[in-house]
Ligand binder design. Sequence first.
Ligand SMILES: [Mn+2]
Length: 473
Amino acid sequence: MTAGPASLIGKKYPSKKHAEKVFSYLNSKSPEKAKKANFFISGEDLELYKYCDQTKPFRQNRYFFYLSGCNIPGAHVLYKSEENQLILFLPDVDKEDIMWSGLPLSKEDAEKKFDADEIKFVADIKEELSKLKTKALTTDLNNFNKEFWSFLVEKDSDFFYALDEARAFKDDYEIELMKHAAKITDNCHLAVMSAVPIETNEMHIHAEFAYHALRQGSKNQAYDPICCSGETCSTLHWVKNDGEITEDKRSILIDAGAEWDCYSSDVTRCFPVNGDWTKEHLEIYNLVLKMQEETYKLMKPGANWEDLHFKAHRVLIEGFLELGIFKKEYNVEEIFNAKVSAMFFPHGLGHMLGLDTHDTAGYANYSDPDPFLRFLRIRRKLEPNMVVTNEPGCYFSPFLLEETLNNPETSKYIDRTVLDKYWYIGGVRIEDDVLITKDGHEVYTKITKDPKEISDIVKAGIQKGKSAFHTVV
Ligand SMILES: [Mn+2]
């Protein structure tokens, strides 16, 4: 159960191929820099909390992992492009450390596990670096590579470009890891939907998700789970997760994803707290579902992500006109051009997904003056082997909507009496993970989003009652 995808048994994480890929992007961007180029990246090491002998939670440096596949603290990697040689440096063996932490991976086992031409130790780094004809490109000079600063050049924008572009296009191995993370996440969301009797506080939803992720071998969450109920569903990154879930709240939103071998999944589902959708909650749910369905129709190589995002806004506007939230005397284009929908759907349609939840090479522009585009995290065309999220949403946040409602230029489109019926929902978001394929896309997160099926799952859980679950708090 916790071994990882069966399809990867006997295979190595392709770090050497990744190094070659980064080199080829660098070469295409700057042949001059690529000549005799060397890459050196230091992984994260364990660090102590201030005034304390306890270590901070360890999260591996993603650029390092991409070139090494190594999740061991205190390791470094060197790629010499002229020789096409990848060397992984593991931490020196420290006897005292063995007493506390057990035996480290042996050199032989490391050779079997990692896709490096040579396994060496930290004690060998200085000698290796001093032999180089040119200084090695590195992401950043930091505490973990202090001793080697004289051999390194940090923050080269072409090197970052090469790393980021390489990471944007996933190979088969990475896709398998991401699908495995997604499978775990699907199971966790199903568990959360099924356990309403023991979920009387948002923290219980968080606990249920994390418990099932751990049980499936996923030690880390890709990001802090966002567990909302009622009005907190309107806070996009609500992570306090401390609200009581009372019957009058009606709506639940959970945005959470497990991680597998440093690769992320990112899924959002919503459900009614007692299994019965209220009229308004279901209306908004179906509208967000339609935003997702309509954008899927456009999701293929060559499509401009901004166009998909605008399509989602148009579907939202059409839906609001039908519901009467927007006044029928105006048409879709007028409302779209006045950007009235911006604060009902304030975030972007999705983002790149990979080693980071908001992965590299989306090229967001957070200072874009256009409120439709400011938080759009992908500003480029789709290409095969990118992995993205499709996550439309619709929110009723008094804070976000204050300006829209106070400005006569935008408030004239809105029927306040109709709008006022929707505040209690907070918001709805539906989010799935999608691989862009040669001629279209593949949605590989599978937990149901059909409102009837969701309602049945929640009700079946309620039927079982509290005693069916081990944890009763
Ligand atoms: Mn997301």
